[in-house]
Design a binder for this molecule. Structure first.
Ligand code: GLN
Ligand code: ZN
Length: 752
């Protein structure tokens, strides 16, 4: 008889550590400051601390704590464990796959469902071997046990793993299923009673059609669940509603089944909980149904009364999060400076665990938690912080639907060509230059009150001057000021706009050791004063060449913030759009001729279901266009996108109607250019240097990429630039890389 499934659980917990211990351990190891043994023992201590902490928070039942552990990424971790990615248990091999090294390019990285987390894309082939390395999870189980914890191992499921791989090589499914079976058997033999397997592929419209996914799910899982020698399986479907896939899953009757019931998947009267209840009752009466009720992706305190009603409709007793909590910060306890009213409206990972317990206990046993929840819901709805009459009036007065900058591109393009007089294949960078230890120190000292405002400004100006001089010396054509004043491209604006709050310690993992601290949109957004103009003006005063003004676009500001759940996203986007339009006007008045509006996250907010995408793209494109709407024809508007495959949204990228579009392309070797057709009129800079890796690309390599780009883009429209900003790189790589980039351009331009 196996242990019963825990009543209160979570799908996953932030891995990075309350004080970003994992980040530090990773970076110390990569830098050679600690050896592999120290790295392993440090990260082991962190995992055990997390387990202890979760037990203290009340996850006391056996198997309530998921061991969703990964040094770098959960997809890579599972890939290595089941052997779809060769590498076994070798630490350096794992990091070479993730980050590349002098000889090798890293695996591609892309967005994990509709979150701001990025996973590594396994590269697979029909004829490859699959040799599982179950030691990876067995080790986790053993170390937890030694510390007194009965944890639940976590794997990404076989269907999702193939669906997310490149290419989605389904002929491997049988072999892969056998590998999972072998890992399951090893877990069983080690005495593990529950394993958690996530199949979020079933909630999204991926390249594999729904009907086929259902077939593959049935194929893999009927076999896996038919095995005798395995733990009980907790099959999960985070990140959305399973729709038709639900029947497939219910028919498989795993021992426990999770459904995501977050607001993303639930309209008030969707009937979804009732449908889930009926399907499970019909096909899998023995299956434990686990309600993913507490939202793993937002930071708002749950409306417990509403959640309790859904739980009742579902007829379930087991409560979890909708997704892993890896997407939210650890705890509100680390926030000392949030406005008190706002703090009452919020709930981070640890607070969400209390909400789960309140739901499991029920209102009669958790009266205080329910009363607190009622109060939060009420005060938030009534607050002036959430509703600003002036902002609402301005946005209401905007024309509805699409808006169009005048004159059209072709005409603007001519004016700009005369105005700017750039050489063939102009070179530029994406904005940021390395954030040196000196800048970080100056920022920290300023924050600590050890540098006055004047001293801090001086330090930044010195940095800007150095960056401009370096670019002049290297011979770039359109310069940047380097963004030294920005800790983060979204946070910077959030701090200067009204309607946001920022946290002190609200770090969430973006990928690997990279964390961001998403601001929180609490209410209506407006711009009390210019935000970037002084820096842009100063930088431009140092050069005859054009220096770009740098803005983060409305979609990206929203995508990398925690969003409101009380108004449509499109409303927040319009509000940010008009606030940034004021900034564009002020930059123009300050003499800035080129303005870049970064939208790296345009694809990030793309709904997982195809039906929902057109409406999103409409409002996203509109918000961007609002920013540039009143720009003068001679102002060259650039945009920049990265982090993803653009095929699906290429029309929307064209629809942004920017004058120049720079786009990540180096890792995928210019593949995206195949998607570009006549509707895409803007000039374009496909990245020729993958800045996510510490490699310095050679001149020859860059020449190759420029030539590849020229096969799809006429030379009059092609720019030469890196994939993204340089802030995470060091000057040791940046200088030679940029020199190679300019030399490569010169070489190709000479042959035009
Ligand atoms: N301008 C930003 C930078 O260079 C763009 C960053 C991004 O696309 N993620 O840092
Ligand atoms: Zn970028």
């Amino acid at each position: 008889m196996t242990a019963p499934f825990p009543k209160a659980t979570i799908e996953g917990y932030p891995r990075i550590g309350a004080n970003r211990e994992l980040k530090r351990a990773l970076e110390s190891y990569w830098a050679g400051r600690i050896d592999a043994d120290t790295f392993r023992s440090t990260t082991r201590a962190l995992r055990i601390d997390n387990y202890n902490h979760l037990r203290d928070l009340g996850l006391t039942e056996d198997y309530a704590i998921p061991a969703d552990v990964a040094y770098y990424d959960q997809v890579l971790e599972t890939g290595l464990t089941v052997g779809l990615i060769p590498g076994g248990t070798d630490l350096d091999e794992e990091f070479a796959l993730a980050r590349g090294n002098a000889e090798r390019v890293p695996l591609e990285m892309t967005k994990w469902f509709d979150t701001n987390y990025h996973y590594l894309v396994p590269e697979i082939a029909a004829d490859q071997d699959i040799t599982p390395a179950p030691e990876r999870v067995l080790r986790l189980v053993a170390e937890a046990r030694e510390a007194g914890h009965t944890v639940r191992p976590y794997l990404v499921g076989p269907v999702t793993l193939i669906a997310l791989s490149k290419p989605a090589e389904w002929s491997l499914l049988d072999k892969l299923t056998d590998a999972y079976a072998a890992v399951f058997a090893a877990l069983k033999e080690a005495g593990v009673e529950w394993v958690q397997v996530a199949e979020p592929a079933l909630v999204a419209d991926l390249s594999t059609p729904d009907a086929e996914l259902a077939k593959f799910t049935e194929q893999a899982w009927s076999k896996l669940l038919g095995e005798e020698n395995r733990p009980s399986v907790y099959l999960t479907t985070p990140y959305g509603a399973t729709r038709e896939g639900l029947t497939t899953l219910a028919k498989l009757a795993p021992e426990a089944l999770h459904v995501d019931l977050s607001p993303w998947t639930l309209d008030e009267d969707s009937g979804y909980p009732e449908r889930v209840r009926a399907q499970v009752a019909e096909h899998a009466p023995e299956t434990t149904l686990v309600a993913g009720l507490i939202d793993g992706r937002n930071v708002w305190a749950a409306n417990l009364r509403l959640k309790a009603e859904i739980l009742q409709k579902l007829g379930a007793e087991h409560v979890s999060t909708s997704t892993s909590l890896q997407h939210v910060p650890h705890t509100l306890n680390a926030e000392k400076n949030l406005p008190v009213d706002v703090a009452n409206w919020l709930s981070f990972a640890d607070e969400k665990i209390s909400e789960i317990q309140a739901l499991v206990a029920g209102e009669e046993n958790a009266t205080e938690a329910f009363a607190r929840s009622d109060r939060a819901v009420r005060t938030r709805a009534e607050s002036e912080r959430t509703h600003n009459a002036d902002v609402e009036a301005r946005v209401n007065a905007l024309p509805a639907g699409a808006v169009q900058r005048q004159p059209e591109f072709a005409e603007r393009n001519k004016v700009q060509e005369e105005q700017l007089g750039l050489p063939a294949l102009p070179t530029t960078t994406i904005g940021s230059f390395p954030q040196t230890p000196e800048i970080r120190k100056a920022r920290a000292d300023h924050k600590a009150g050890e540098l006055t405002d004047e001293q801090y400004t001086e330090a930044l100006k010195t940095e800007i001057k150095n960056v401009i001089e370096l670019q002049e010396e290297i011979g770039l054509d359109v310069l940047v000021h380097g963004e030294a004043e920005r800790n983060d491209m979204v946070q910077y604006f959030a701090e200067l706009l009204d309607g946001f709050v920022v946290t002190e310690n609200g770090w969430v993992q973006s990928y690997g050791s990279r964390c961001t601290r998403p601001p929180i949109v609490v209410g209506d957004v407006s711009r009390p004063a210019p935000m970037t103009v002084e820096w842009a003006k100063y930088a431009q005063s140092l050069s005859e060449k054009p220096v770009k003004g740098m803005l983060t676009g409305p979609v990206t500001i929203l995508a990398w913030s925690f969003k409101r759940d009380d108004v449509p996203l499109s409303l927040s986007a319009d509000q940010i759009g008009v606030a940034l339009a004021d900034e564009v006007r002020d930059l123009e008045e300050a003499g800035i001729q080129v303005i870049q509006i970064d939208e790296p996250a345009l694809r990030e907010l793309l709904p997982l279901r195809a039906d929902d995408r057109p409406a999103y793209l409409d409002w996203a494109v509109r918000a961007f266009r609002l920013v540039a709407l009143e720009a003068k024809p001679e102002t060259q508007i650039h945009t920049h996108l990265c982090y993803s495959e653009f095929g699906q949204i290429i029309d929307a990228v064209a629809g942004l109607d920017a004058d120049v579009t720079s786009i990540e392309a180096a890792r995928s070797k210019m593949e995206l250019l195949e998607d570009i057709d006549e509707t895409f009129h803007s000039e374009i800079g496909p990245g020729v240097w993958d800045i996510h890796s510490p490699r310095v690309p050679s001149q020859e390599e860059i020449v190759g990429l420029i030539k590849a780009a020229l096969e799809n883009v006429p030379s009059e429209r092609l720019w030469v630039n890196p994939d993204c900003g340089l802030k995470t790189r060091g000057y040791a790589e940046v200088e030679p890389s940029l020199r190679n980039l300019v030399a490569a351009r010169d070489e190709v331009a000479a042959g035009l």
